[in-house]
Design a protein. Sequence first.
Length: 363
Amino acid sequence: GFNNGIVGLPNVGKSTLFNALTQTAAAQAANYPFCTIEPNTGRVAVPDQRLDVLAKAGKSQKIVPTSLEFVDIAGLVRGASKGEGLGNQFLANIREVDAIIHVLRCFEDDDVTHVEGGVDPVRDADIIETELMLSDLESLERRMAGWEKRARGGDRDSKASLELAAPLVEALRAGKPARTAVQPGQEEAVARLQLLTTKPVLYVCNVDEESAATGNAHSEAVRKKAAAEGAGVVVVSAAIEAEVSQLPEGERAEFLEGLGLADSGLDRVIKAGYDLLGLRTYFTVGPKETRAWTITAGTKAPQAAAVIHNDFERGFIACETVAYDDYVTHGGEAGAREQGRLRIEGKEYVVQDGDVLLFRFNV
Ligand code: GDP
């Protein structure tokens, strides 16, 4: 599955957020650094209001949302790339994730120790980013030495790798993340280098409860930084989200409303994490269930079918497609068909977000 790694300095609220996300008390939030050493992985349902609407129109018995994985990667500190605080192990854990959710402490609380002395989320973000850049620089320089040797011996792959890596190393040496030097079309080749600073980043500002609806000066500073980098930002109060996650489903909306919050911060984190990975959703609707399925942007119909079952790709013949809006406007499949809004698409069809699909295949 696709996953987001939750990173940040100690005591910024990573575990609190992770626990709220996965609604487990298992990964214990504790007021001291290095409390979580093994990465914790949780699978989270992706909220999607379209599911309820489709299930009603399709008279389905149940709803099955799609899901996303989150990994709690604790313990990053200044000096991690030099092995501080088990740093190398944590950096290796980040290598495994598809995208980075960077939690920043934007709440003041004298009872919660700050490892850097005071609340300054932009400085904190720079500390972590620096560790990731140092780690990338070290790993690239090490590999480049080998490529140079083999390139001199006439090895073409090594020469190509050198050409790919040269601008990335240059950026890193200038104190910029490698992602700033990736040229269009190089994305896949660069991804194979498994660098940390080419992964997409979302900043999550963990603000005090009073600032959950509005944000505060700290989260504003992060917004400015993120805007300059083209990165995303979500403002949440992990403490509120922890409370919400303990409430029965039916009481959550009212609780949030009482705090002046329109929606759950967790929902916003999950959705932003989904977008960060370039993921899209299509639906299948039947009397038994309405279900959401995850694909990456640009996926064609046979590969989209394979998400349901591997055999569906091999036996793929065609698919019937209705866009979400058409499905809802015309009251379901039959209505959409009558109005000519149901299309038959073949092997080359690029599935769109919100498509309601019915696959035809040979078994
Ligand atoms: P981690 O080390 O980043 O995983 O941080 P934790 O989630 O363990 O949180 C560290 C401490 O900060 C715990 O005592 C939490 O209860 C506290 N904490 C987390 N989020 C908030 C928040 O939004 N407000 C306040 N006041 N405390 C928080």
